[in-house]
Write a protein that binds this ligand. Structure first.
Ligand code: DLZ
Length: 157
């Protein structure tokens, strides 16, 4: 299963990379799908001992990503689900996590996979969660993209 428009990436020689997955805890069913997809992707890539950390909500993802980026990881993957409610909170959390993760990646030089779903409804999120019946598997995609980027960086260092 790959997302609409998402490339089929072939990533080689990455089994020795140190990869950390950080997952928020809001919206349990969707998060379970994202985490399963991420773990499946790591297994497919031959990365046998990834670090998996859970944080309370998506807003907490950037600070943990920043600390891990300073601890020798080759790639970090952030997973979260943010669903629009009736208040501006959706915008604050979405913007905070997006800007924070971008800043971590660009300033540290460590690729950060962006596995954050920002959806209007839970149905939209479930459709992207890599669950049975989902059309997309964003956890798998985020891992593959981050590890592919790490191998590209390693090839030029
Ligand atoms: C507060 C909040 C709200 C309203 N919605 C979500 C959400 O949809 N997804 C998510 O991952 N986290 C949400 N949070 C929690 C914030 O990310 C954060 O954990 C709290 O504001 C505490 O810092």
């Amino acid at each position: 299963m790959s997302g609409k428009g998402a490339p089929e990436l072939t990533v080689k020689n990455c089994g020795d990379l140190r990869v950390a997955v950080i997952a928020a805890q809001w919206h349990t069913q969707v998060m379970d799908g994202l985490v399963d997809g991420a773990v499946r992707a790591l297994h497919d890539l031959g990365i046998e001992e990834p670090t998996l950390l859970r944080v309370p909500g998506s807003f907490e993802l950037p600070v943990v990503a920043k600390v891990l980026a300073g601890r020798g990881y080759d790639a970090i993957v952030a997973l979260g689900v943010i669903i629009r409610g009736g208040t501006p909170h959706f915008e604050y959390v979405s913007q905070g996590v997006t800007a924070g993760l971008t800043q971590v990646a660009v300033e540290s030089g460590v690729p950060v996979g962006f596995g954050i779903l920002t959806c209007d409804t839970e149905e939209q999120a479930l459709d992207r969660a890599g669950l049975p019946g989902s059309n997309e598997d964003k956890g798998h995609e985020a891992v593959t993209a981050a590890v592919a980027t790490a191998t590209i960086l390693r090839s030029v260092s």
